[in-house]
Design a protein around this ligand. Structure first.
Ligand SMILES: [Zn+2]
Length: 424
């Protein structure tokens, strides 16, 4: 009897208290370089966190720590806003069985890896609709450790019967709890560009219905023609750099004038090495051989050039470019790979803007996330290296803070602060 009581008492806190802690910590990070995200850099300063929010950002010696605060001595380290991935596929598999298997066997590991890379917020890219809501619920309830999830409901407009069916599905997924909508591709057959009249009408209906409901609608527009066509239909959130044809300045200016944003995903066309196998052979992010293994294209590898250059053309003509990976492969490798391709055409200072404020804006969270400013949610990455010395230093997360909670802490570990080498 006594023994049973002891076991029950010991087990209780574990079953009642959420893993990640429902009450945010107070925190002080002192003596660190602070990349604010507005263009300002504080070479030595402090970030104070109270009740999960940033309550002060100061220069010089640290102010007094708030009551009960944990203290991180950031000497030699750099603090940057938590990374935001605006479009990533989170659930592997579709349908109840595959989703359950994924949630049971793989999800916890994947979500932790994402946090380890420094990603504290992620928008899903049209996963299994019930699965993504369940994953989000588990993280929000504290059952699972992971980044903040914005769940997209998938509405595959190109494959649907008509506008009425599209409008009905948009309403259903939003009613079920989706934060935004993601379609699959416009047009469905991306190479060559040849949308049918029905799929064009379907996409326009989907964009219109989402607008009525006040949610964002993500479109994969992968050619110059589809980019412009979708913007003319009212799309504001485009995922994927254009990987078919060159985007002209005139097209880029039209996208900018419409107020549309483009989430990067430049790594789609460039090869990675030694992620899927240690054979020194170039591969795509799904493990298929580069360049002939690409989906829906010619297989000549030209996407590796189109994507970064087109993204820079858009950026230089006033388009808000944001950060996204649009993949399922290892989150640390995905970050390394995307940064490698982005850094062909963007400086570290550009990358700070792209990954911070621009990415927060893409998910309509610019008031809460994306920079280290008073009043914002305390999503922070403490890096071992300085990103201004090279993009690989974005890959040196030592401590990751989400909503004021320390969710990753590698201080003292042998690999802490070293860049993630995979996929480079
Ligand atoms: Zn996608």
């Amino acid at each position: 009897m006594n023994r049973l009581l002891v076991v029950a008492a010991a087990a209780m806190p574990l079953s009642v208290v959420p893993v990640t802690g429902a009450v945010a910590q107070n925190l002080l990070i002192s003596n660190a370089r602070i990349i604010v995200g507005t263009g300002q850099v504080i070479e030595k300063g402090a970030v104070v966190v109270t009740d999960g929010k940033i309550s002060a950002v100061t220069e010089g010696n640290a102010p007094k720590a708030p009551k009960g605060a944990k203290v991180i001595n950031g000497t030699g380290m750099t603090v940057i806003a938590g990374y935001i991935d605006d479009h990533r596929h989170l659930i592997r598999g579709r349908g109840p069985e595959a989703v359950q298997k994924y949630l049971k066997e793989q999800a916890a590991k994947d979500m932790l890896t994402m946090l380890e890379s420094g990603v504290t917020t992620v928008q899903s890219g049209g996963d299994d609709n019930a699965g993504i809501l369940e994953l989000k619920r588990r993280i929000e309830s504290g059952e699972m450790k992971g980044p903040r999830i914005l769940a997209s409901g998938q509405v595959p407009t190109a494959k649907m019967k008509d506008e009425a069916a599209v409008r009905a599905l948009v309403n259903k997924v939003v009613k079920d709890g989706a934060d935004s909508i993601a379609e699959v591709h416009y047009p469905d057959v991306v190479w060559p560009y040849a949308p049918t009249e029905q799929e064009t009408r379907n996409l326009a209906a989907g964009i219109d219905e989402a607008k009525k409901l006040g949610v964002e609608f993500q479109v994969h527009a992968v050619s110059d023609l589809s980019l412009v066509a979708t913007v003319r239909m009212g799309a504001k959130k485009l995922v994927h750099s254009v990987n078919i044809n060159w985007v002209t300045k005139e097209q880029a200016r039209e996208v900018a004038a419409a107020g549309a944003q483009v989430a990067s995903i430049t790594g789609f066309g460039s090869p990675n090495f030694n992620v899927f196998s240690q054979d020194n052979q170039p591969k795509f992010r799904d493990g298929k051989p580069w360049p002939e293994g690409i989906v829906d294209a010619q297989g000549l590898g030209q996407e590796a050039g189109y994507m970064p250059v087109n993204l820079r053309t858009l950026y230089d003509n006033g388009v808000d470019v944001s950060y996204a990976t649009d993949t399922t492969f290892d989150a640390r490798a995905a970050l390394a790979h995307e940064l490698k391709t982005l850094s062909l055409v963007f400086s570290p200072l550009d990358l700070v803007k792209i990954m911070g404020p621009n990415s927060a804006k893409f998910i309509d969270k610019q008031k809460e996330l994306g920079t280290i400013e008073t009043g914002k949610i305390a999503d922070l990455v403490v890096l071992g290296g300085n990103p201004f010395d090279g993009f690989w230093n974005f890959l040196t997360a030592v401590v990751v803070v989400k909503g004021g909670d320390i969710v990753i802490d590698k201080r003292g570990q042998p690999d802490a602060g070293k860049p993630i080498a995979r996929a480079m």
